[in-house]
Design a protein around this ligand. Structure first.
Ligand SMILES: Cc1cc2nc3c(=O)[nH]c(=O)nc-3n(C[C@H](O)[C@H](O)[C@H](O)COP(=O)(O)O)c2cc1C
Length: 400
C-alpha cells in the first residue's frame, strides 16, 4: 500500500482542489430511536467506556456543529465506531450494544441469552463481562483523502485502541485478546462500508456453552451516504484483525488529560524545558517501530537527530523538517518532531504508530506542552532521511 498512497510535491500541487464540506458524510452512526438506551454515566461499570471515546469540544463552524473527541483524528473525520456485547453484568441487560458517542449512551441492537458473538471470536463458552469491538468506516476518511485514507484509518485506530486500553486500566480493568473470525462483520449487521478491526474482552469465560447468533443484527448505515472506493475497501477487507494489547502510560490525571487534550496549532519554543524533551524521548514504542527525534529548538541541548536519547547527527534541520511535512508553518515553532518509522510498512505498524502517538499526546498533556500528530508528509523525502518508511510524525513544543 505504500506506493499507492504516496504523497509527492507534484501530487500535492495537483491535488489542491476545493473540498465541499457540505458533502461530508455523517460522523456518528445512529441506531433507530426505538432502541433501548443506557446512559453511560449512570453505571459505574461503564465509566471506562464513556472515557474511551467521547466528545470533548463542541462549537458551531459555518453554521454546523463541529465536534472534537478525546482521540485525535486526521482531518477530524473520526472513521471509527464501537460496539459492546454485555453479558452477566449487574444492572445491565445482556445484549449487543452500539456506543452512541453523541448521546453518551449504549444503544441496544439485540438482547442476548444463550446466543452471542462468542463463536465468531473463537470461543465456545459464554463470556461473562463485556466484549468491545472497534470498527472502521473507510468512507469517512476516504471522502477527503482517497486511498491515502488507508494510512489514516489505521493511525486513527491506533489512537483509539491506545485511548481505550488506557481508560480500561485507569478504571481498574484489564483487556483480554479475542480472535475474531471471518463471519463477525456479517453477523454484526455490517455491509461493505464498515469493518471490525480489533476486539477486546473485559471479563472471563464462564463454563456455560454458547450458540452463535442465529441471524445478523439489524443493519444501519454508518454514514448518511457512501461512495464505494473499491481499492480502499478491499485493502481494508484484506487486512488481518489487530490482536495485540499495547503498553500504555498511566496517569492519575487521565480523566482531565483525556478531556482536555487538543492538537496544538501553535507553539512557544521557550515554554518547553530540555528535561521534558528528554523525558518524552524515553517513552518506548513497539519494537516494529524505530523512533527518530529531531530536536529543533531547546535551551541547552544540541539540535539534531536523536536515536535512543542520543544525538546521532547534530544540526539545525527546521527547514528540512518543514519541507518534509508539507510546509505546515506552525511546525516551525516546535521544539521537537518525532518521526515514527519502520521497515515493515503495513496496517499493524500504522496501528502501533497511532498507539505510541496516543501515549505521546497523554504525556504532553501531563507535562503541559503542545503536541500534534502529522500524517501529511512527502514519503520519498522521508525515506531519504531515515532509510525506512515514515509512518507518522508528531510535532511537540511549548504551549502559547
Ligand atoms: C493520523 C492523524 C494525522 C494528522 N495529520 C495532521 C497534519 O498533517 N497536520 C495537522 O495540522 N494536524 C494533523 N492531525 C491532527 C488533526 O487535525 C486533529 O486531531 C483534528 O483536527 C481534531 O482536533 P483535536 O486533535 O484537537 O481533537 C492529524 C491527526 C491524526 C490522528
Amino acid at each position: 500500500m505504500r506506493e499507492e498512497t504516496l504523497l509527492t510535491p507534484k501530487g500535492v500541487a495537483e491535488q489542491r482542489s476545493y473540498l465541499d464540506w457540505d458533502t461530508q458524510p455523517s460522523l456518528f452512526k445512529h441506531y433507530p430511536d426505538f432502541c433501548y438506551r443506557v446512559p453511560l454515566n449512570e453505571h459505574p461499570s461503564l465509566l471506562w467506556l464513556l472515557h474511551s471515546r467521547k466528545i470533548t469540544d463542541e462549537r458551531i463552524v459555518a453554521h454546523k456543529p463541529y465536534r472534537r473527541l478525546n482521540v485525535p483524528s486526521a482531518g477530524n473525520l473520526h472513521p471509527i465506531e464501537i460496539y459492546v456485547q454485555i453479558r452477566n453484568v449487574s444492572g445491565l441487560l445482556s445484549g449487543i450494544y452500539h456506543l452512541d458517542v453523541l448521546a453518551e449512551e449504549l444503544v441496544m441492537i439485540a438482547e442476548i441469552a444463550g446466543e452471542g458473538c462468542e463463536p465468531f471470536l473463537g470461543l465456545d463458552k459464554r463470556y461473562s463481562g463485556m466484549i468491545v469491538m472497534l470498527s472502521l468506516v473507510p468512507f469517512r476518511s476516504g471522502w477527503k483523502y482517497g486511498l491515502r485514507a488507508w494510512r489514516y484509518l489505521y493511525l486513527d485506530l491506533g489512537h483509539q485502541i491506545g485511548a481505550l486500553i488506557t481508560s480500561m486500566r485507569h478504571f481498574g480493568q484489564e483487556a483480554t485478546i479475542m480472535s475474531p473470525q471471518k463471519g463477525l462483520n456479517a453477523i454484526m449487521g455490517m455491509g461493505e462500508d464498515e469493518m471490525i478491526a480489533a476486539v477486546y474482552g473485559v471479563g472471563e469465560m464462564s463454563p456455560r456453552p454458547v450458540k452463535p447468533l442465529h441471524e445478523p443484527l439489524m443493519r444501519v448505515q454508518p454514514t448518511d451516504y457512501t461512495l464505494y472506493h473499491a481499492a480502499l475497501h478491499s485493502a481494508i477487507q484484506e487486512t488481518p484483525f489487530y490482536v495485540d494489547i499495547p503498553d500504555t502510560l498511566s496517569y492519575e490525571g487521565f480523566k482531565t488529560y483525556n478531556g482536555r487534550r487538543r492538537s496544538a496549532r501553535d507553539f512557544t519554543p521557550n515554554a518547553m524545558s530540555d528535561a521534558v524533551i528528554q523525558e518524552l524521548m524515553r517513552i518506548s514504542a513497539d519494537p516494529s517501530l524505530e523512533i527518530l527525534t529531531v530536536v529543533m529548538q531547546a535551551h541547552a541541548m544540541h539540535y539534531g537527530v536523536y536515536r535512543n536519547g542520543k544525538c546521532a547527527v547534530s544540526g539545525n534541520f527546521i527547514s528540512e523538517i518543514l519541507h518534509l511535512l508539507l510546509e505546515q508553518r506552525f511546525i516551525a515553532g516546535a521544539n521537537m518532531v518525532v518521526l515514527i518509522t519502520t521497515e515493515d510498512f503495513c496496517a499493524k505498524t500504522h496501528i502501533e504508530a497511532g498507539i505510541y502517538a496516543q501515549n505521546l499526546y497523554m504525556a504532553c498533556e501531563h507535562h503541559e506542552v503542545g503536541c500534534s500528530g502529522i500524517g501529511a508528509f512527502y514519503d520519498e523525502e522521508a525515506s531519504r532521511w531515515t532509510g525506512k518508511a515514515l509512518l507518522y510524525a508528531v510535532a511537540i513544543g511549548g504551549r502559547i
